[in-house]
Design a protein around this ligand. Structure first.
Ligand SMILES: CCCCCCCCCCCCCC(=O)SCCNC(=O)CCNC(=O)[C@H](O)C(C)(C)COP(=O)(O)OP(=O)(O)OC[C@H]1O[C@@H](n2cnc3c(N)ncnc32)[C@H](O)[C@@H]1OP(=O)(O)O
Ligand SMILES: CCCCCCCC/C=C\CCCCCCCC(=O)OC[C@@H](O)COP(=O)(O)O
Length: 292
């Protein structure tokens, strides 16, 4: 009889004994494995933090794969295709649908300067979705030191500028104007000069327009719709969602001089602001003011 009781209690007893035998590290692992999915589902902030950490970590990891492939060619704008290919799947991982309008406006054989709004590092997804061939972004110098991603960017010919030294930045961009023509390269610039998630466009810096005027090439504005529905840094919100990317008709610069740059910059900003407001008012249940 007593042996039956012992037998009946044994699975429970062995489970308890087993649990007691777990080391502190194993206990911590069990708690984390249980707590992580619960926290992830319950806490919007935790989900935001995890998704952003994975985003950056995944890019750094992908760069490890990209570096040896790019290194075969050395520093070369064609390597931008390798980065583009490596990053294209990220939108699926994050459930972000990207709709592109205005592809026909990229049908220009000569070099051009793409200018686009800059909301967050997620812009990389929209950028890679439409990046024309032989097109390199202008990036802040700090990105060059972002570990593997910095090295991958350097190998892909990303143009780094020191925003703290205006003269240096201007001379790098002047050199870029010559390279564009000599080596048939297109350049992508974020004319706001920094990330801006305010729901509008910051005043434009003029470098991109000086660049286009110096090279006498068109400026092609690109507008990415507001991420507010699925991403907000302030609210720590990051869900799935949809983004529309619009490629606007190119603005020609033939015959313009540096005196025309302020007017050119204002005109392009006006076009982009109009498109941005229009796209925001298309969002279901939102008026133009609903962007913010
Ligand atoms: C697998 C791994 C993948 C890794 C990821 C890969 C993807 C990476 C994607 C990376 C994405 C990264 C994204 C990023 O990193 S975004 C951040 C970096 N990008 C930018 O900053 C670009 C936009 N900035 C500019 O254009 C600025 O104007 C610069 C930086 C040039 C100067 O700014 P600053 O604030 O210092 O000065 P200012 O603008 O008040 O100008 C002062 C005066 O100079 C005049 N002036 C300006 N320019 C020129 C010129 N060229 N020729 C002649 N004159 C010029 C200008 O008209 C003005 O004069 P005036 O008009 O008042 O008389
Ligand atoms: C061993 C060192 C490890 C460093 C880790 C750094 C983490 C960064 C990791 C991955 C980089 C992801 C590449 C994202 C590219 C998007 C670049 C971007 O959005 O830059 C911001 C810039 O436009 C404006 O900067 P500010 O808003 O003025 O600030």
């Amino acid at each position: 009889m007593s042996s039956n009781v012992v037998k009946a209690a044994s699975p429970l007893a062995s489970a308890v004994t087993g649990a007691m035998e777990l080391s502190v590290a194993q206990w911590l692992l069990v708690v984390c494995l249980v707590a992580f999915p619960l926290l992830y589902e319950w806490s919007v902030s935790f989900k935001y933090f995890c998704k952003m950490a994975f985003y950056n970590g995944w890019i750094l990891t992908l760069a490890i794969l990209a570096i040896p492939i790019c290194a075969v060619r050395g520093r070369n704008v064609e390597n931008m295709k390798v980065l583009q290919f490596m990053l294209l799947h990220i939108k699926y991982l994050y459930g972000i649908k990207i709709e592109v309008r205005g592809w026909e406006n990229f049908n220009i054989k000569e070099p051009y300067v793409v200018v686009s709004n800059h909301q967050s590092s997620l812009d990389l997804l929209g950028m890679m979705e439409i990046l024309p061939s032989r097109c390199v972004p202008i990036a802040k110098r700090e990105l060059m030191y972002a570990g593997t991603a910095g090295l991958a960017c350097w190998l892909a010919g990303v143009i780094f500028i020191n925003r703290k030294k205006t003269d240096d930045a201007i001379s790098v961009m002047t050199e870029a104007a010559e390279t564009m023509l000599k080596e048939d390269v297109r350049v992508w610039v974020f004319p706001e000069g920094t990330r801006n998630h305010s729901g509008s466009l910051l005043p434009f810096k003029r470098g991109a327009f000086h660049l286009a005027v110096k090279a006498q090439v068109p400026v092609i504005p690109v507008v990415m719709s507001s991420y507010k529905d699925f991403y907000c840094k302030k609210e720590r919100k990051f869900t799935t969602g949809k983004c529309t990317v619009r490629i606007l008709p190119g603005v020609h610069t033939k015959g313009l001089s540096s005196d025309d740059v302020p007017e050119l910059a204002d005109r392009v900003r006006g076009m982009m602001l109009e498109a941005f407001s229009q796209m925001s008012s298309e969002r279901p249940g939102k008026g133009p003011g609903g962007v913010h």
